[in-house]
Design a protein around this ligand. Structure first.
Ligand SMILES: [Zn+2]
Length: 70
C-alpha cells in the first residue's frame, strides 16, 4: 500500500506504507505520520498516477509533469 500526501510546499508525493520519513524535492523531510493522507494506492503505478492527478489539480496540468503524459 502507498500513501499519498502533500509537503508544506504544496507538492504531492507518495511513500510506501511503513516508511517514516520522505524527503521532498524542496529539501524538507516529511514525517509521513504527521501528514494528512490524501489518498491510498495499491501499487506504485496507482500511487504515481494519484500524485500526478493531485499536481494537476493544484497547478492546472501543463508543464509540471513531463514524463509519461498520456
Ligand atoms: Zn516540499
Amino acid at each position: 500500500m502507498y500513501l499519498i500526501f502533500r509537503c508544506d510546499c504544496g507538492r504531492a508525493m507518495y511513500s510506501k506504507e511503513g516508511v517514516v520519513t520522505r524527503k521532498c524535492v524542496c529539501g524538507k523531510s516529511i514525517r509521513v505520520k504527521s501528514r494528512r493522507i490524501l489518498k491510498k494506492a495499491e501499487d506504485f503505478q496507482s500511487a504515481s498516477q494519484a500524485v500526478r492527478d493531485l499536481q494537476e489539480e493544484r497547478y492546472g496540468g501543463t508543464g509540471f509533469t513531463t514524463a509519461n503524459k498520456l
